[in-house]
Ligand binder design. Structure first.
Ligand SMILES: NC(=O)c1ccc[n+]([C@@H]2O[C@H](COP(=O)([O-])OP(=O)(O)OC[C@H]3O[C@@H](n4cnc5c(N)ncnc54)[C@H](OP(=O)(O)O)[C@@H]3O)[C@@H](O)[C@H]2O)c1
Length: 273
């Protein structure tokens, strides 16, 4: 981590409660290590308690503070209960990284009889986070400050055949945050989404075509999230994400053609891989 980023994180989040969902591996674990090094009082959420504890041990070994709360975010009741527990036991979060997610790559044709794919992605990325945040936001608003940053994806800028269940869930969370931000911003609590490009983690590993593609490290992606955490923007994306979004808007047929070509490459690489 660059010295200046660590210093800014320390000033903003040192000694304050920071909640990271999906803190057990990948981008969330990388962000947790950086926030821990900057002195944040971390609360790490994911399903796998042992993996969470291992990240928390690393944070503590580096002089940081971390506790773990294993939770299945697909269970909205459990997610809300976890939010209530954090609100009762911790100071109002200065930052919530809504980072946990589950991706599925499956065409509509191959998804017949599999409506549960949509339920799984929606419940992880959207409903679970909404249930958690609804319990945390009142204390943050009462404190008059706080930031929520979601790990979204640059793929939302363009049509992406095969990724509908995953991307619809990501879009739902982005939209919810955008609308709630308009309610909470006057109280000093800002909500935003970061559209990350491809990142080399357990999530992207099963897609064979991504093995050769340019991808960020989890640490580089975590830095994107953390820079956004220090700011107040509603949406952060790579410059090419905005350009792709505009192109898809102005020339939707062209965007569909490019997306279908890309999907064919993914399918061919999947058969080879
Ligand atoms: N990798 C990419 O290329 C990429 C690109 C753009 C955006 N993103 C987004 O970035 C975020 C992090 O992705 P990643 O690449 O670091 O993925 P990852 O390595 O698969 O990590 C996902 C994290 O989410 C947790 N999680 C998954 N399902 C959960 C559930 N039902 N309840 C609670 N926690 C759950 C996982 O822990 P447990 O399994 O222990 O629960 C894990 O900590 C995701 O939201 C993803 O959509 C990733």
């Amino acid at each position: 981590m660059t010295g200046s980023l660590e210093a800014r994180l320390r000033t903003r989040f040192g000694g304050r409660t920071v909640v990271v969902t999906g803190g057990s591996r990948g981008i969330g674990a990388a962000a947790a290590r950086m926030l821990g090094a900057a002195g944040a009082d971390l609360v790490l959420l994911a399903r796998d308690g042992a993996a969470l504890e291992s990240v928390a041990r690393e944070v503590r070994a580096a002089g940081g503070t971390a506790s773990v709360l294993p939770v299945e975010l697909r269970d909205a009741v459990a997610a809300a209960e976890t939010g209530r527990r954090i609100a009762a036991e911790c100071s109002p979060p200065a930052l919530v990284l809504a980072n946990a997610g589950h991706s599925i790559h499956r065409s509509a044709g191959a998804s017949v009889g599999r409506a549960h794919d949509a339920e799984r992605t929606l419940a992880t990325s959207y409903t679970g986070h909404v249930a958690l945040l609804l319990e945390l936001l009142p204390a943050m608003r009462a404190a008059g400050r706080g930031r929520v940053v979601a790990s979204s994806t640059a793929a939302l800028a363009v049509p992406a055949p095969g990724w509908a269940a995953y991307l619809a869930a990501k879009a739902a969370l982005e939209r919810w945050l955008r609308d709630v931000d308009a309610e909470t911003r006057p109280d000093g609590v800002t909500l935003g989404s970061v559209r990350l490009p491809l990142v080399r983690t357990a999530m992207s590993a099963p897609t064979a075509a991504y093995a050769e593609a340019r991808a960020l490290t989890p640490e580089a992606a975590a830095r994107m999230l953390l820079r956004a955490s220090l700011g107040r923007r509603r949406l952060v994306q790579p410059w090419w994400g905005a350009a792709a979004s505009l192109t898809a808007h102005l020339a939707p047929g062209l965007a569909d053609g490019v997306a279908r070509g890309w999907e064919r490459r993914l399918a061919a690489a999947g058969k080879r891989g």
